[in-house]
Every structure is written in C-alpha cells, then in structure tokens.
Design a protein around this ligand. Structure first.
Ligand code: ASP
Length: 706
C-alpha cells in the first residue's frame, strides 16, 4: 500500500462519500456485529469507523481483519460511504460516515495493553472508556500508549498551538528567539542546583540553570534588545504535587523599557493564549501592591474569583475588656476578620466552634478564631457578652454585617501568622461553601514586593533574585532594618490564586548592583568569585532593561483545565520526581563515578570486580569499550559462565600447586610463512620516549592507546 497517498482519518467528511481512500493508524476499538466487523481506526487527526463486510470484503482480507486487536498498527484501503440514518455516532469527528475496506495491511501487532487506550464509544450513545482510574505511574511507565489517548493527544496539540501562537506574536514584535546554555554556572533563584560533574575538568561541576537570568541580561548588554526563549529550567526543590524538577518557562527580556511595557506585552500574550482555550480575559489586568494583597487576602497570589476580603478591626478593640484580644493588642498584635456574607445557614454554631475554632484555624497556625453570626439585627456567639455595645456596633458597621452573615476574626502578634492563618481560612471557606465559580478567570498583577526578606541566621536574602531593581537607591547596605523596608520594581502575574509568572526591572548600574551584593552579605572576594564576569559586563554600557518569565506547564494546564501539570507534559516525572518510563534517576556504574573523579578515580578498590546487582556483561563491555549487540549477549553470558566454571575447576584441581599463567610453555609464535622480526631497540626507544614513566627496563604506557 502506498503510504504517501494516505489521508487522515479525522479529515473525512460526508463530501468524501464515494471516494476511495488509503488510511493508516491504530485499532482503537472493534466489534463483531452479526458477522460484520466494525473497527474504529485512529490516527493523530481523529477516528473513523472502517467496516469489513464478508459480502464485499475479499475473503483473505476479512480473515485477517478478524485477527485485529486493540492497538494493532494497520493500513487499509476502501470506499467512503455515508452511514445509514440512525447509525451515526456523534461521539467521533467522522460519525456520519464509514469506510468499507477491501485491502488491509497489518503493519505491526500489539500485545495485550496495560490499560485501555480507547476513549470513544463505538455506538451512538455508548459510554467511552475512562482512564481516570489507571494509576498514574502505570500511565507514565507506558507514556507512549498514554499519549495515543485522544485526550492526551489534545493536550499535547493544544500546548503546541499555544507555543506557536506565542512565537508568532513575539516574533512580530521584534523579539529574537535565542538559546542559552544548559551546562552553566549556578543562577540564584532560591532553589538548589542540579550539578553535572565534568570529566575533563575533574572535581569541577556545571550547574543546570534554575533560569537563564544571567544570560538574558547579558544578551541585553550584548545589544540584542528583545529576547525570548522557551527555556528549560531545573530546580532541585522538595517534592510538591504540582512541581517538576525540570519545567519550561517562556523567558522574556527587553531593553529600554519600563514596567508598563511588560504589562502591555504580557497581557496581550495572556489574552491570546487563553483565547485558544476559549477563555476571554478582560484587559487591562487589575494591579495590587504586595502590601495590599497581604493586607486583604493574606497571600501574595490572591484568588480574586470570590470576595471574603480581610477587614482590620484592631482599632475597634483599642481598649477592650475581652481579655484574649487585650493581651494580643498589648503585645503589639492586630485583629483581622472576614464577613462570610449570607452563609450562616451553612455555618452552624457547631461547625464554627468545633470545626473551625477548635481544629481548622489552629491547623493553619492561628492561636484561635472568634466567630459571630448576625441574627435579628444582633451579633450572636459564645463570646459576644464579653464585648461592649460600642465594639459590637463597630464590628457591624465595619463588616457591613446584615442578618445571615457570619463574621470570623483572628488575632495575633505576628503579622505573618495572622496573614497566613486568615488567608488559609479564606480559601478553606470559599472551597467549602462553593463560593468559587467554575470557568471564571481573574488575572492580577501583584507589584512592589519587598526587595529583601529576613534571612534565617540574621542579615537579608533577596525575595526574588539579586538583579531586581529596588524602588530607591539611597539605602545603607549595612542597615538591615532599612533594607527590609525597600520595595522592588517587580511584578508577578497571578491567575485564580496561582502564580503564572514573575519578573522585574533589573539593576543596570554597576555600583548599585555591587551594593545589593554587599547588602546580601557577600564579601568582595565572594562577589568576584560568583558574579565577577557578570559585574564586569556592567563596566561596558548597560541599557535599562527588564523582563519576565511565565511558567508554561502551569499556564497550559490552567488553560486546558487539567488536574495536574503532568497532563500537559509529554514525558513528566511523577510526584516523587521519578520517571517511571526510563527509571531516571538511576544508579550509575562505579566506573563512571570513578571516571568523573567522584569516587577517587584510579583507586584499586573502586574498579575491579562486579558490585552487587551490577550487570556483568554490561560492566565488561564498558571496561573493554566493546559494545555488545543484543544478539551477542546470550553467547557472551554463556562463555562467561563456562570461563568461570573452568576457573573454579582449575582452582579445585590445583590443590596446593603454585598457579601458572599458561599450561603451555611460553614461546613466540609466528604466522606461517612469516619471518621473525626483531624490533630495532633504538626505534622502540624513540617510540616510547614519551611514555609517562620508566621502571627498570620497562616503559609504562597508558592502558588504552587512543
Ligand atoms: N528569572 C526569573 C524567574 O525564573 C524571571 C525573571 O526575573 O524574569 O523566576
């Protein structure tokens, strides 16, 4: 069959009726209906029903068709026909036609499958198979089968479409797609590096990039002006369900720009991307300072799909008689709360007291939680009697409380604990009460982050990375308190409570960059050792520049509304950062470690002899640098076994006798007809002159001559 004439299954329409076509793909499903064989043939474009009818299909073809099983790879030829009314299948793209087959080539058979690939029912209203119940590790182990499922194929194709759209848009705006190195030095993004040992520079390591940060800035210094890249980034972080040790980000940098340029650009990119998923994002995206986000939602990535914003009610209780609040206020604390409007029916006293106040709020770090319900124009709870009428009125006014509302409050001396506990309560309540509308997308720019955070052992660390421009430059790098008041010219793009990306305007002044490093506690030597090359570039005319990076796995996953980012990555690691398909990460041979200088290369105990669980043939093949072909393996194993048996036998027979190297007397052997040649000692001398060392009458030469 001529594959070049093949048409795609999913492309056939009723207009093709009567046409003779060649199709190829996989057997998605099959059924025998009264002696007529129906097969769903699937390729990347879709599914079409093909029919083998004993009356019209040649006998041989019909017989072979009866042997077809799921996921056989086949090619067929036949005639397209409209289906009879009532037999259409709206569940597949080509449900109003079918192809009557008269030629079949089985290209490749398939074993029984570890899970069902087929998702589409063969009859009009039949239920398609679901793969939800298949263990994810099994799907990942057989990812190539998993990718055949139409839903996975759709994800991968949508990802492709999104990437292409972004490429076209950025190209249209004069951005250059430029690759930066993967084998590089450490980039400070706050995670651990993955290290790659260098064989040719023993004891030295490359780091896989946590981001192309240094290079994209150097590209700006290099005059490229506008850069983008779908960059693979590597961060060795603790396991979290929706994280991957390697991920893809759309990395962007531009010169002679300010924050507004990035907002406009990224809003346009986001609107276009989400539109591909049928989602309309209204522009301009709202903006909120980090401070306001923390004050109002307790989170630096606020979910704005619902209300439940915080109110600060500290001043109402300035001279309260309620001892719990009084003590916290005396300790410099604050009291904040949320009006959960109109939810008192769903939040009984029992739920508020026994679940939220006793269990849930403490699990979020709060010391306690105060609750009240508005009933008959009054606040009701187990503690209202401790509050003065003025305090109660103050609460009703500030929360604008009406009957049916529930107020909750948390008091704490630590602003961070207060924000985090109330922030988590906000999300918990929104989820529990079903206050988060499906299909709503609320983008938000969070801006003006603190430049620094307090470091654990004193001092400060960068909240983002040390190249982020501060909001002012007249600070004292040695004054920790002042450093902690600085804000950065940074921005995060947040959507529905998830951070999709972030970036900043960069420092473009060498002295300022130096002072930031000093503020971070780096000595001059450390600055030179880590960033000397980078700072040197700042000596040669740096344009003002800034950029951003968008996490593409997360963004695509959100657009397609998949349960995890692994659904939009062709070959992801599982939740434990392990690849069930390839078995990575895996142990390596001791020889490899030795060669990399990681085991003290050359030390005797490292090399000879197989280690536990090691494959002897592979080891010998590696040591001798001779590749073993699959067909040779059995023979080599057999030979090895015999050699070992022989050695054991010899050992047993030898008893106390001295071992000898060879049972035959040593003598030179010459090929028949050849002449004995005595090597010229002078020539040998010349040849071996360069050998590393001489011992007695012997020259020591490397084990393997290149
Ligand atoms: N390098 C940053 C990151 O990966 C993004 C940026 O600042 O543009 O988070």
């Amino acid at each position: 069959m001529q594959h070049s004439r093949r048409v795609f299954c999913g492309s056939l329409t009723p207009e093709d009726a009567g046409r003779r076509v060649t199709l190829a793909g996989w057997v998605d499903a099959f059924r025998d209906h009264g002696g007529v064989l129906f097969v769903h043939l699937r390729d990347r474009s879709g599914i079409v029903q093909i029919v083998f009818n004993p009356e019209s299909t040649p006998d041989g073809v019909f017989h072979r068709a009866s042997l077809l099983r799921a996921e056989y790879c086949i090619a067929v030829q036949g005639r397209v026909d409209r289906r009879l009314p009532g037999t259409e299948n709206p569940g597949i793209e080509t449900g109003s036609i079918e192809v009557f087959v008269d030629e079949l080539e089985i290209l490749s058979e398939s074993e029984a499958l570890p899970f069902t690939v087929s998702e589409k029912a063969m009859t009009a209203f039949g239920a398609g198979a679901k793969t939800d119940h298949v263990a994810e590790d099994l799907r990942l182990q057989y990812r190539y089968l998993d990718l055949r499922r139409p839903s996975m194929r759709d994800n991968i194709m949508a990802r492709h479409a999104i990437f292409q759209r972004l490429r076209r848009l950025l190209d249209g705006k004069g951005f250059l797609e430029i690759e930066t190195p993967v084998l590089t030095i450490s980039t400070p993004e706050g995670a651990r590096d993955y290290l790659v040992p260098s064989r040719v520079h023993p004891g030295n390591f490359y780091a896989l990039p946590q981001s192309p940060q240094l290079f994209k800035q150097l590209l700006m210094i290099g005059g490229m002006e506008r850069y983008f890249q779908f960059a693979r980034c590597f961060r060795d972080e603790d396991l979290r369900p929706n994280r991957q040790p390697e991920f893809t980000q759309l990395d962007i940098e531009a010169s002679f720009i300010d924050e507004e340029f990035i907002y406009q650009l990224v809003e346009e990119l986001a609107v276009e991307m989400f539109a591909l998923g049928g989602i309309t994002l209204p522009r301009p995206f709202p903006r909120m300072s980090w401070n306001e986000a923390m004050e109002k939602t307790g989170s630096d990535r606020p979910d704005l799909r619902f209300g439940l914003l915080f109110e600060d009610v500290t001043s109402i209780f300035a001279d309260t008689g309620y001892s719990i609040f009084r003590r916290i206020l005396q300790g410099g604390g604050r009291i904040k709360g949320i009006n959960i409007a109109g939810q008192s029916e769903k939040l009984s006293k029992n739920v508020l007291q026994n679940e939220y106040a006793k269990e849930i709020a403490p699990s979020f770090g709060a010391r306690g939680m105060t609750w009240m319900r508005m009933e008959g124009g009054k606040l009701e709870s187990n503690i209202v009697q401790f509050m003065s009428p003025r305090e109660r009125e103050g609460l009703v006014r500030q929360f604008r409380a009406v009957d049916g509302d529930v107020l909750i409050m948390v008091a704490d001396t630590s602003p961070a604990v207060l924000a985090s506990a109330l922030g988590q309560l906000r999300l918990h309540l929104a989820n529990r009460l079903g206050l988060i509308p499906a299909d709503l997308y609320r983008p938000l720019w969070v801006t003006d982050f603190p430049l620094f955070e307090p470091a654990e052992g004193g001092g400060v660390t960068s909240s983002h990375h040390p190249f982020t421009a501060p909001d002012r430059t007249d600070f004292d790098p040695a004054d920790r308190d002042e450093l902690l008041t600085l804000r950065s010219r940074s921005y995060d793009l947040v959507m529905n409570g998830e951070e999709l990306g972030g970036g900043s305007i960069r420092i473009s002044d060498r002295n300022l960059q130096r002072r930031i490093f000093t503020a971070l506690g780096l000595t001059e030597e450390e600055i030179q050792a880590k960033f000397g090359f980078f700072l040197r570039a700042f000596d040669f005319g740096v344009p003002p520049h800034g950029g951003i990076a968008l996490g593409m796995d997360r963004t695509v996953s959100m657009i397609l509304n998949t349960p995890s980012i692994r659904e939009v990555i062709a070959f992801p690691k599982n939740r434990s950062a392990y690849c069930p398909l390839t078995g990575a990460p895996s142990t390596v041979r001791r020889e490899q470690l030795a060669e990399l200088g990681l085991l003290g290369a050359g030390k005797k105990e490292v090399l000879p002899g197989p280690a536990d669980g090691e494959d002897e043939v592979e080891r010998l093949s590696w040591v001798s640098r001779i590749r073993v072909l699959p067909g040779e393996r059995r023979e080599i194993e057999e030979t090895l076994r015999r050699a070992e048996a022989l050695a054991r036998q010899a050992e047993e027979r030898a008893g106390d006798e001295e071992p000898v190297f060879s049972p035959a007397p040593a003598a030179n052997r010459l090929r028949d007809g050849g002449e004995a040649r005595t090597p010229d000692p002078a020539a040998a001398e010349k040849l071996l002159k360069l050998s590393p060392s001489v011992k007695g009458n012997y020259y020591k030469v490397p084990g393997i001559l290149d």
